[in-house]
Design a protein around this ligand. Structure first.
Ligand code: ADP
Ligand code: ADP
Length: 223
């Protein structure tokens, strides 16, 4: 469902991503793992369209998406810093992507309640983001992403701002949502434990290239 071929991104003479080929199947949970600066975010941002391709091709659902604008690629995105709107309630934050898409008010009400129930946060619907814990805010940002039912979700270090216990809870939460919704997820982390716990497949990156890939059982990590 997602295929990148010979994908390259340069910044001046510096090659941030170097002729990468990768195919992600429908419903798969693929994690890009690697040290800081290895090109994980660059690859994710090229797939999302937030960064422009220097060379190569991106195909989404069998169509060439290389030059398609971000908002027309049918993707959901979740970031480390939540990016919730502080002056809006939790309900309105989650409703926002539906309002932008001109969904009817009654339908918005139903779907926002539905995802709030899915993430077990019905009781905070009328609060503002800053009245919530970091973990709750990250749940809300997940809810805002899944409310418009994107078939593909891109996540860039979504749990990076959380402490260890919360991170483990949220790993389970994201795995549960992945199974329940049947979505395709591309997940970026530099945390090996996290990648091992969550992924169907791990893509190990180094210096802008894919060094190795496989399922968590089969990967060999150099000590
Ligand atoms: P990662 O996500 O694995 O930490 P990135 O994809 O963010 O790595 O970055 C890969 C390399 O590309 C790094 O060396 C980074 O400094 C460089 N890079 C990323 N964005 C830019 C940019 N806008 N301008 C110049 N260099 C960049
Ligand atoms: P990440 O947490 O994914 O590693 P960074 O903190 O490295 O991201 O980068 C954050 C932003 O800064 C990104 O938009 C990236 O493109 C940009 N950036 C990263 N490295 C450079 C660089 N060397 N020069 C200019 N911009 C950069």
């Amino acid at each position: 469902m997602i295929r990148v071929s010979n994908l390259t991104r340069r910044y001046g003479d510096f090659v941030a991503l170097d002729s990468v080929d990768l195919a992600v199947k429908e419903g798969e949970f693929v994690t890009l793992l690697g040290p800081s600066g290895s090109g994980k975010s660059t690859l994710l941002n090229l797939i999302s369209g937030m960064t422009q391709v220097s060379e190569g091709q991106i195909e989404i659902d069998g169509r060439d998406a290389t030059h398609v604008p971000t908002n027309a690629r049918g993707l959901g995105m979740v970031f480390q810093n939540y990016a919730l709107m502080p002056h809006m309630t939790v309900f309105d934050n989650i409703a926002f992507p539906l309002q932008v898409r001109k969904v009817a008010k009654s339908e918005i009400e139903t779907r926002v309640r539905e995802v709030l129930s899915l993430i077990q946060l019905e009781h905070v619907a009328d609060r503002k983001p800053k009245q919530l814990s970091g973990g709750q805010q990250q749940r809300i940002s997940l809810a805002r992403c899944i409310v418009y039912r994107p078939p593909i979700i891109l996540m860039d270090e979504p749990l990076g701002a959380l402490d260890k216990k919360l991170r483990e809870d949220m790993q389970l939460e994201i795995k549960r949502l992945h199974a329940e919704l049947g979505v395709t997820i591309i997940y970026v982390t530099h945390d090996q434990e996290e990648a091992l716990a969550m992924s169907d497949r791990i893509v190990l990156m180094r210096n802008g290239r894919i060094e190795q890939q496989g399922n968590p059982e089969d990967l060999y990590f150099k000590p």
